[in-house]
Design a protein around this ligand. Structure first.
Ligand SMILES: *[C@@H]1O[C@H](CO)[C@@H](O)[C@H](O)[C@H]1NC(C)=O
Length: 320
């Protein structure tokens, strides 16, 4: 009997060690966190999510493009497919090898891993989260970074979507509006590294529950990041217009199957949208409020004026 309190103490200490280990594995340990004062403000750390082996040639080209940009401090490929054979990963690591490009095989497929704080690798304030199927030209990257520099607390992206309230069904839905948006996608998302801590380490039990939902549907990590930032700043994201962007499709749609059989593209898209709607409702339920805010318009890198000229008796744009 007398040994019980001691046993209990040991058990509690053991638990504390396990919890601490889990925290440091996620980069949440406050002692490993970088002092914000020491972060570089003039460069970007790029985190590219890779999953599909068939897209490796494209991934290599995208990683090379980013690593050549003078604005990029380092490029990290987060390989989220644990079933890729080690020899292939080895080749990939070899092919990626440049002074500033690194491969990180992930232990799980969790999309939350995209937002791990990674204090050993991220030495910049600006972090670019992007996919392995979106090619962005150097000028657009630079423009997006300039926009972010003067809006450091916002999310800056190239692809936008919306939440909306469905009056008939009386529920939140996921959609696209032509004139406004409240969500930028992780196809290309610029954010400050501090938000990685908020997403991974902050928010207590509610945030933990929402991160579990992301794992449950293997989707919606970007929606959750938009929730986190909108809730903190009470403002929506910023959409930037890119000059040349090639989007080779949405990685998530490819992995989706219904009842074990893969389904046609349009129904897959419908399924994707439904899942994202479910996430919106789930995050709203857990948080107890809807933090997403609409933004309007798109920032483009031109201040040229478009005049109207008389031509052949008609008013046309002068450059026509
Ligand atoms: C690596 O590069 C070699 C030579 O270009 C190529 O044959 C191979 O398919 C590449 N493998 C991977 C995984 O990138």
């Amino acid at each position: 009997m007398s040994s019980s309190p001691a046993k209990f103490t040991l058990l509690a200490m053991g638990l504390a060690v396990i919890l601490l280990t889990a925290k440091s594995q996620h980069g949440c340990n406050p002692t490993t966190k970088r002092d914000p004062q020491t972060l570089r403000h003039d460069k970007i750390t790029v985190l590219i999510n890779g999953y599909s082996e068939s897209r490796i040639p494209l991934l290599l080209s995208i990683a090379a493009t980013y690593s050549l940009s003078p604005l990029v401090s380092s490029v990290h490929v987060l390989w989220g497919n644990p079933s890729t054979p080690p020899p292939l990963l080895h080749q990939l690591a070899h092919n990626l090898s440049s002074v500033s490009t690194f491969l990180h095989p992930q232990r799980s497929t969790s999309l939350n891993a995209r937002f791990l704080p990674r204090p050993a690798d991220i030495v910049t304030d600006a972090v670019l989260i992007c996919d392995d199927d979106v090619e962005v030209d150097a000028a657009s990257l630079e423009f997006a970074f300039r926009v972010w520099e003067s809006n450091r607390h916002r999310l800056v992206g190239l692809f936008a979507r919306s939440h909306d309230w469905d009056l008939n069904r009386k529920e939140w839905i996921y959609t696209v509006h032509p004139d406004r948006y409240s969500i930028v996608l992780t196809k290309f998302m610029l954010l400050r590294s501090e938000y990685l801590y908020l997403y991974t380490c902050g928010g207590g039990a509610r945030m933990a529950e929402m991160r579990r939902s992301v794992d449950l549907v293997r989707n919606c990590e970007d929606i959750l990041m938009n929730f986190v930032v909108a809730d903190l700043t009470n403002s929506g994201p910023i959409l930037v217009g890119a000059k040349r962007v090639r989007d080779y499709g949405d990685a998530r749609n490819e992995w989706e199957s219904v009842g074990g059989v893969s389904v046609g593209l349009s129904s897959r898209k419908g399924e994707h949208r439904k899942r994202r709607g479910w996430c919106l409702r789930e995050f709203h339920r857990v948080l107890g409020r809807m933090p997403l805010r609409y933004s309007y318009g798109k920032l483009v890198d031109s201040v040229g004026e478009q005049g109207l000229c008389h031509k052949g008796g008609k008013l046309v744009f002068c450059d026509q």
